[in-house]
Design a protein around this ligand. Structure first.
Ligand SMILES: Nc1ncnc2c1ncn2[C@@H]1O[C@H](COP(=O)(O)OP(=O)(O)O)[C@@H](O)[C@H]1O
Ligand SMILES: [Mg+2]
Length: 266
C-alpha cells in the first residue's frame, strides 16, 4: 500500500498561494449519494490545468460543484483567499469565475452580439470594452455579430460560449469538454483557442475527453477516477506515464493513429 502526500496530490504545482483551491470535496446530486469522494484541485495564477478520466468519473460534477451548481457536502473551495464553497453561480461570476458547460451553452435564438450581451448583463457599461477584447481573440464573432447563434456550426457555437464567459473578464475559467462533438480540425482549433485565452492571462481548468490533446496543452493535469484523484502531474509527464497510459489513455494508440492519418491528409 502506498501513502499519498499533499505534494503527490498536486504534483508539479508551482509554489505560492493558489488562485483556486478545492480541498477534499464531497458532492453529489441525490441525498446520500456522493459523486465526488474527497476530490482535490488547485489552480495557480496563469495556469492551464486539465482534468481527465473515464466517463462518469465526476469531471463535470467537479466543475459544477466549483461553480455552485452541485451542492458540496464536505470540503472547501477558496478563491483568492476567500471561501466560496457553495456560493451561487451569479455571485461567482461577479467574483471573476466563468463557466462554459459542455452543452446548451448558447442562446440559439439570439444573435452572437446578444449572446455576448447576456454574458455581461451584470455590468452592461463594460460591453464595448469587453466586446473589443473577445473579438480580438475571436475575430469571426465580430464580423458576424448579427448572425443567430442557432445557425452556427458546433465549433462556432463553442467560440460564442467561450466568448460569452470571457465578457465578465474572469480570472478563472472553467471549461467542460470544449472539443466534444467537433471534427478533428475543429477540435484542434478549440485547443488552440483555449491556449490563446490562457496566454491572455486567464487561468483555466479544462475538462477533456480528448485526454492526449489535453495533456499536450496543459501545464498540469489531474486524473479523476470515481470522484477521487488518481494521478496528477505535468501534462507531458502523465502522457508518458505507463500506468496512466494503461489505465486512462486507452484510446492513446487510436489517437496516435488518427494523428498520423491527419498528417498524411495534410
Ligand atoms: N443531474 C444528475 N443527477 C444525478 N446524477 C448525475 C447527474 N449528472 C451526473 N450524474 C452522475 O454523476 C456521475 C458522474 O457524472 P459526470 O460528472 O457527468 O462524469 P464525467 O463528466 O466525468 O463523465 C455519473 O454516475 C452520473 O450518472
Ligand atoms: Mg462530463
Amino acid at each position: 500500500m502506498t501513502t499519498t502526500t499533499v505534494s503527490d496530490v498536486h504534483r508539479g504545482a508551482p509554489e505560492g498561494t493558489p488562485l483556486l483551491d478545492a480541498t477534499d470535496l464531497y458532492a453529489g446530486y441525490l441525498p446520500g449519494v456522493d459523486i465526488l469522494n474527497g476530490c482535490n484541485l488547485v489552480l495557480h495564477p496563469g495556469e492551464l490545468v486539465g482534468i481527465i478520466g473515464p466517463n462518469g468519473a465526476g469531471k463535470s460534477t467537479l466543475l459544477k460543484a466549483l461553480f455552485g451548481l452541485v451542492p458540496i457536502r464536505q470540503g472547501s473551495v477558496v478563491l483568492g483567499g476567500d471561501e466560496i464553497t457553495n456560493q451561487r453561480a451569479d455571485k461567482l461570476v461577479r467574483r471573476g469565475v466563468g463557466f462554459v458547460p459542455q452543452t446548451n451553452n448558447v442562446f440559439p435564438s439570439l444573435t452572437i452580439e446578444e449572446n455576448l450581451r447576456m454574458g455581461i448583463f451584470q455590468d452592461p457599461k463594460r460591453f464595448a470594452e469587453r466586446f473589443e477584447f473577445v473579438t480580438d481573440i475571436f475575430p469571426a464573432l465580430g464580423e458576424r455579430r448579427r448572425q443567430r447563434a442557432g445557425s452556427l456550426s458546433g465549433g462556432e457555437r463553442q467560440m460564442v460560449a467561450m466568448a460569452r464567459a470571457l465578457m465578465m473578464d474572469p480570472s478563472v475559467l472553467l471549461l467542460d469538454e470544449p472539443s466534444a462533438g467537433l471534427s478533428p480540425v475543429r477540435q484542434d482549433e478549440a485547443f488552440l483557442r483555449t491556449r490563446k485565452i490562457n496566454k491572455a492571462g486567464v487561468s483555466i481548468v479544462i475538462v477533456e475527453q480528448n485526454a492526449r490533446r489535453c495533456l499536450q496543452i496543459c501545464d498540469r493535469a489531474y486524473v479523476l477516477d470515481q470522484g477521487r484523484n488518481a494521478y496528477s502531474g505535468p501534462g507531458r509527464e502523465l502522457m508518458n506515464d505507463p500506468k496512466v497510459i494503461e489505465l486512462y489513455l486507452g484510446t492513446l494508440a487510436a489517437d496516435v493513429e488518427a494523428a498520423a492519418h491527419d498528417d498524411t491528409q495534410g
